[in-house]
Design a protein around this ligand. Structure first.
Ligand SMILES: Cc1cc2nc3c(=O)[nH]c(=O)nc-3n(C[C@H](O)[C@H](O)[C@H](O)COP(=O)(O)OP(=O)(O)OC[C@H]3O[C@@H](n4cnc5c(N)ncnc54)[C@H](O)[C@@H]3O)c2cc1C
Ligand SMILES: NC(=O)c1ccc[n+]([C@@H]2O[C@H](COP(=O)([O-])OP(=O)(O)OC[C@H]3O[C@@H](n4cnc5c(N)ncnc54)[C@H](OP(=O)(O)O)[C@@H]3O)[C@@H](O)[C@H]2O)c1
Length: 327
């Protein structure tokens, strides 16, 4: 790869949204809308964390057989859930999206059972300090096998593996439940027998929060080209005392990452916490890996070491080889 250098580039302000050159599969979209959701039944709900944790994250499976979602949802897409009841204004709750964590063909291989990874939103209200419970995440986590829920979707047509997925290497950077799409993608890629490299770097607060740990440990052990890296922010400080956020995989595991990042056919996928992309852009800039970024002219001449967080937020977007889904 010949990394571009924004010091010398005389780029005009580039449009932020351009169609990707990487061919993505055609997918079904919004077959079921919030005004016309489809009833589906819960078939399973179990803890998705490595062990008991202060963060409650569940793996929830739904049976979509007989609906137009059957065999029509692929990793990277989301499904909508409508919680029962009304909001504080008496209006029905709005739809919330949850990424499917299932591979193509669902949990059963026949496209009838899909799953998601949902975290209960539980906090103190930031104004009243009263207990704050997220509406839909708790609704979904409270459902039991046999319960019927209202579903919309599928949604999302950008955060997908390419049609010719075996032609690429992948670096997946996930925080928390942002792991969901990568579970399905990793299973698809490893089942296909593809030979290129797949790195999954996962960030979570505590060791107990390593989601689907057994699955990823197993893929790591069975496939020489699958690499599972764990970044436990509140337990394993880096040598300089900073928190080991996932973006530091690009530096702290340079032995593994550099040769992959430098290849022209490597794609980076980022999913999870809103804002996590900023640190990733900064490190890619500092490493001179400008091919993954779309940098506005305003940063020409500025050394990436001097990029401020505000500048990165305003002037850098993902390039053609980076896929981003953060909420
Ligand atoms: C494309 C997409 C995919 C997603 N996939 C997943 C997924 O796979 N798994 C997953 O768990 N989530 C996922 N989410 C997030 C999910 O859609 C919901 O936003 C999340 O579950 C919270 O919904 P809720 O109804 O429980 O919370 P809400 O009742 O909607 O409450 C959350 C809102 O309340 C506010 N809030 C938060 N904390 C506090 C506080 N302490 N005090 C006061 N207000 C507060 C915030 O404004 C926040 O937006 C995804 C989102 C998108 C857009
Ligand atoms: N398709 C999608 O778009 C999609 C799918 C699933 C989930 N999500 C979103 O993903 C988020 C996941 O949240 P969660 O509560 O599940 O996560 P979580 O368990 O709290 O884990 C987040 C981890 O990221 C670390 N972190 C904090 N700030 C960071 C930063 N700037 N850069 C890198 N890492 C950072 C946290 O460290 P510390 O807390 O120790 O600082 C923690 O280790 C939710 O907001 C959800 O809406 C989106």
């Amino acid at each position: 790869m010949a990394p571009g250098n924004p010091y010398s580039l005389n780029q005009s302000d580039m449009p932020i949204q351009t169609a990707s050159q990487i061919p993505l599969p055609e997918v079904d979209l919004n077959t079921y809308k919030p005004k016309d959701p489809v009833p589906v039944s819960i078939v399973k709900s179990e803890i998705a964390t490595a062990s008991a944790s202060p963060n409650f994250v569940r793996h929830v499976e739904f049976d979509v057989s007989g609906t137009d979602l059957e065999n029509r949802v692929i990793p990277g897409q989301s499904l909508g859930i409508l919680a029962e009841g009304t909001d504080e204004n008496g209006r029905p709750h709005k739809v919330r999206l949850y990424s499917t964590c299932s591979p193509t063909g669902g949990e059963d291989g026949n496209g009838k059972i899909y799953a998601t990874t949902v975290k209960r939103v539980i906090d103190e209200h930031w104004e009243t300090q009263e207990l704050f419970l997220g509406v839909c995440s708790n609704y979904l986590c409270d459902r039991k096998a046999g319960d019927i829920i209202r579903m919309t979707g599928p949604s999302g047509r950008r955060f997908l593996l390419p049609e010719t997925y075996e032609d690429y290497n992948y670096i997946f950077l996930a925080t928390g439940t942002g792991i969901a799409p990568f579970r399905g993608m990793a299973i698809d890629l490893m089942r296909s027998g593809m030979k290129n490299d797949v790195v999954l770097a996962f960030g979570c607060p505590y060791r107990t929060d390593l989601l689907y740990k057994n699955l990823f440990d197993d893929l790591d052990q069975k496939h020489k080209n699958f690499h599972y890296l764990k970044f436990v922010s509140r337990e394993d400080p880096r040598t300089d005392g900073t928190k080991p956020y996932v973006q530091y995989s690009l530096i702290d595991r340079a032995d593994l990452m550099n040769p992959i990042l430098e290849k022209d056919n490597t794609l980076i996928y980022v999913c999870g916490l809103k804002g996590m992309e900023t640190g990733i852009y900064k490190i890619l800039g500092q490493l001179g890996l400008f091919d993954y970024l779309r940098i506005k002219e305003k940063l020409n001449g500025v050394d990436p070491l001097d990029w401020t967080t505000d500048q990165v937020k305003s002037y850098i977007k993902p390039g053609e080889r980076m896929f981003l889904e953060v909420y």
